[in-house]
Ligand binder design. Structure first.
Ligand SMILES: C[S@@+](CC[C@H](N)C(=O)[O-])C[C@H]1O[C@@H](n2cnc3c(N)ncnc32)[C@H](O)[C@@H]1O
Length: 264
């Protein structure tokens, strides 16, 4: 998988850079979102160069530095807004090397010390980079194998730990799965209390979504259908439904829509 080969080279950069966790996370945001050369960029570069982004449905031209800050804000105001003292675990499905989970941990771990942060990722490369950051900064973050086509190991882990109140989220990982299996959600709905945030390029599946902003035929085709079915079956309540909400790169071919729901 191409992700795996790209992420592997990060491990040596992470181990050689002497940065605070917060600074590393900030740099990883520039790197992943805005720099296809896969290198850390200078402050001068990120303060001078601009990029067109979509934030909260509005198109803006901002510096790369500002764009990374809005990217952080997009995570905090959505996934972050679901975290509080009552939550046992925050779990990302398809986490890559974990840039979102590190951001959330760094923001909320002192405020809500009892929450466990879990990065569920399919590729060994993503898990390896995640583990390298965890090791370097001695963090209590758990890196786990997760596969959208066979979620049994993640599910067993949740049952073993007896987590009762979980915030799940997905960020551009459902996109990778052309047809999700509804049974994944039916199984997760067996857990006492769950909430989900999705930031995924599924606007073309949504009412009022712009088909030009997403709609890659190789990407996910059925997230909204599954969630609508679950809501019609009175199993979930969709609280937030915003097509074409965020995009951190100028092409606008893969704009993330925001959907938040909870078990009822
Ligand atoms: C575009 S990346 C997004 C990574 C991360 N969520 C983020 O926002 O930085 C897509 C992710 O989906 C993961 N993925 C692809 N196929 C998967 C599968 N079958 N099960 C779980 N994750 C998968 C990839 O390995 C990758 O981590």
């Amino acid at each position: 998988m191409s992700y795996e080969s790209n992420w592997g080279s990060l491990i040596s950069q992470i181990s050689s850079e002497e940065l605070s966790l917060k600074d590393l996370i900030t740099k990883l945001n520039y790197w992943d979102q805005f720099n296809p050369a896969y290198q850390f960029k200078s402050n001068e570069f990120i303060e001078k160069n601009t990029v067109n982004i979509i934030y909260d449905n509005n198109i803006k031209t901002v510096t790369i530095k500002e764009a990374a800050s809005l990217k952080r804000q997009s995570v905090m105001s959505t996934i972050g807004s679901q975290i509080d003292d009552s939550v046992d675990a925050v779990i990302e499905l398809g986490s890559g090397f974990g840039r979102n989970i590190f951001m959330l941990y760094e923001e909320f771990s002192s405020k809500y010390p009892n929450v466990t942060y879990i990065a569920g990722e399919y590729t060994a490369g993503g898990q390896d980079v995640c583990s390298a950051i965890v090791k370097k900064y001695d963090l209590p973050i758990i890196s786990l194998h997760f596969n959208y086509y066979d979620w049994s190991s993640l599910y067993s882990f949740i049952i073993e730990k007896n987590y009762k109140n979980i915030c799940f989220y997905t960020s551009y990982s459902v996109e990778q799965i052309p047809y999700l299996d509804k049974q994944l959600f039916l199984d997760l709905l067996k857990i006492n209390n769950i909430k989900f945030t999705h930031i995924e390029p599924v606007g073309f599946q949504m009412e009022n979504g712009n088909p030009q902003y997403s709609g890659n035929p190789n990407y996910n085709q059925n997230l909204i259908q599954i969630l609508t079915d679950l809501e019609n079956e009175n199993l979930i309540k969709i609280d937030t439904y915003k097509p074409d909400w965020f995009c951190g790169d100028g092409g606008f071919h893969n704009v993330g829509s925001l959907i938040q729901w909870r078990k009822i």
